[in-house]
Design a protein around this ligand. Structure first.
Ligand SMILES: NC(=O)c1ccc[n+]([C@@H]2O[C@H](COP(=O)([O-])OP(=O)(O)OC[C@H]3O[C@@H](n4cnc5c(N)ncnc54)[C@H](O)[C@@H]3O)[C@@H](O)[C@H]2O)c1
Length: 252
């Protein structure tokens, strides 16, 4: 079987990094992309050190020109993208009283419009080839929870659910599946940020209220993304799957 070409945004650290590694370990070629040069290059190098295939490309998901250029390179050199993982995201703590238009736009531009830019660029060639899978990273904050002082994040992540459904409806007849994952509490720089999220102590304190009894690791999410891109998920489209250790179904 020909090697699939997978592009992952925000793949320098956290869930994106684990996802890039997971695809590479099962034999796919990975375009590791991020605004973080050193981290992104290190991920591509780590994949190559394991015998996998990866390149790093600097890509800011708020820049249409950068997104289009990297996808055009893949279309030109590899015939097209097989899998898009739109993972890049930020979560900034901003109380409503301080939520200026600019701050709102910054989060929406990365967390929601960034997903749209990736898919818009990859879709034409995917449609021509009549195949492809897209996985966007939402959050429990878009799916089930409200998050105080993060309303722009909650709105963006909820927006991903609608974007996934709309894209799945529009692209399905061309053989392209579009799904999302909604992580719960996952141990990454984002959730460990004292300023913008829970921080280490509060994150650890969540574990007892999670039915599976632990905070998630980036690999827990990466493996679900890999599954959604696989033939095993061939009849799943338009869904966003919670990956939260049972957190949101817990009663009492
Ligand atoms: N960690 C959690 O508990 C959790 C929970 C729910 C959802 N998520 C989501 O998972 C995704 C990955 O987050 P993470 O937890 O690994 O966080 P992280 O902070 O470790 O990683 C986020 C990545 O996105 C990149 N990024 C930020 N702005 C970018 C831009 N403009 N263009 C390209 N890349 C950009 C960062 O450089 C970084 O590599 C995000 O969408 C996040 O909202 C995380």
């Amino acid at each position: 079987m020909a090697k699939r070409i997978v592009i992952v945004s925000g793949a320098g650290i956290g869930i994106g990094r684990a996802t890039a590694m997971a695809f590479a370990r099962q034999g796919d070629m990975v375009y590791v992309t991020d605004i973080l040069d050193a981290e992104g290059n290190a991920v591509a190098e780590a994949i190559r050190a394991e015998g996998g295939e990866a390149v790093f490309r600097k890509l800011d998901v708020t820049r249409t020109d950068e997104v289009d250029a990297v996808i055009a390179e893949i279309d030109r050199e590899h015939g097209g993208v097989d899998v898009v993982v739109a993972n890049a995201g930020i979560a900034h703590r901003v109380p409503l009283a301080e939520l200026t238009d600019d701050k709102w736009d910054t989060t929406l531009d990365i967390d929601l419009k960034g997903v749209f830019r990736m898919v818009r660029a990859a879709a034409p060639r995917m449609r021509e080839r009549r195949k492809g899978a897209v996985i966007a990273v939402s959050s429990i904050s878009g799916m089930s929870y409200g998050w105080a002082e993060h309303v722009q994040y909650s709105a963006a992540k909820a927006g991903i659910l609608g974007l996934v459904r709309g894209l799945a409806a529009e692209l399905g007849s061309d053989g392209i599946r579009v799904n999302g994952v909604a992580p719960g509490f996952i141990r990454t720089a984002q959730s460990l940020s004292e300023q913008h999220s829970l921080g280490a102590a509060k994150l650890a304190a969540q574990a007892p209220s999670i039915p599976l009894g632990r905070i998630g690791e980036p690999e827990d999410v990466a493996d679900v993304i890999v599954f959604l891109a696989s033939d095993g998920a061939r009849y799943i489209s338009g869904q966003t799957i919670l990956v939260d250790g049972g957190l949101t179904i817990r009663q009492g």
